[in-house]
Write a protein that binds this ligand. Sequence first.
Ligand code: E4P
Length: 223
Amino acid sequence: MKFFIDTANLAQIREANELGILDGVTTNPSLMAKEGITGEKATLDHYKAICEIVDGDISAEVLSTDFKGMVEEGQKLAAIHPNIVVKVPMIKDGVKAIKWFTDNGIRTNCTLVFSAGQAILAAKAGATYVSPFIGRVDDISWDGLQLIEQLVHIYDVQNYQTQILAASIRNPMHIIKCAEIGADVCTCPLEPIVALLNHPLTDSGLKKFLQDAEKMKTAVAGQ
Ligand code: E4P
C-alpha cells in the first residue's frame, strides 16, 4: 500500500518525506486555504513547491464545477509537473472531464466518492485514482472501511485499473485496516502516520536496553 500525506503544509510534507516512506501528496481546496494560499499564481507556485519536495504523485484539485472550466484548469495544473494528478469531484461534469483527461493522457484522482456506484463511474471514465472518504462516511454513522472492502472486491472482479486511494483517514487503525483490506493507497494527515510508530513495549524495551547498555559501558571501562 502506498502512503500519501493529505496536507498542503510544506513543513509537514518535508517531515513525512524525511521518514523515507512517502509516495505522494493529496491536497484539496480546504487544505490549501488553511495554508493561506489564494489566487491562481500562488496556487500554481505552491503545487510546484510540493513537487520539488516529494518525488511522487501530487493531487491538485480543480475549483471549477463545469466541464469546460475543469478541463482548462486541469490542463494548467498538469503542466506544472509530470507528477501532478488532476483531482476532479464526482459530479456529472466531473465524470465527463475525467474521461476527457484520460483520453488526453492526463492522470486524474476522482474525489468526494462515498458509494460503490460513484466508484464504478470513476473507473469507467478511466480515473487513475478514486478517493473514497472513510472518515466522512463514519461521521454519518455508516462504515467507511466497509466501503473500501466493497470497492476492492468490485475493482478486483471487474479488473478495473483505477487505484483505490483511501482518504479522509482519521486514525492509525484506519491505515492498518486499509492495508489489511487491500487499498492501493492511503492518504492521511501526518499525525496518524506518526502514530503508527508508537507502542508502549517498544518504549519500555528501549529504555531497558539503554540501561543495560550503560552497564556494558561501565563493565568495559572496569576491565
Ligand atoms: C482526500 O483527498 C481529501 O483531501 C481528504 O482525505 C479529506 O479528509 P477530511 O474528511 O479529513 O477532510
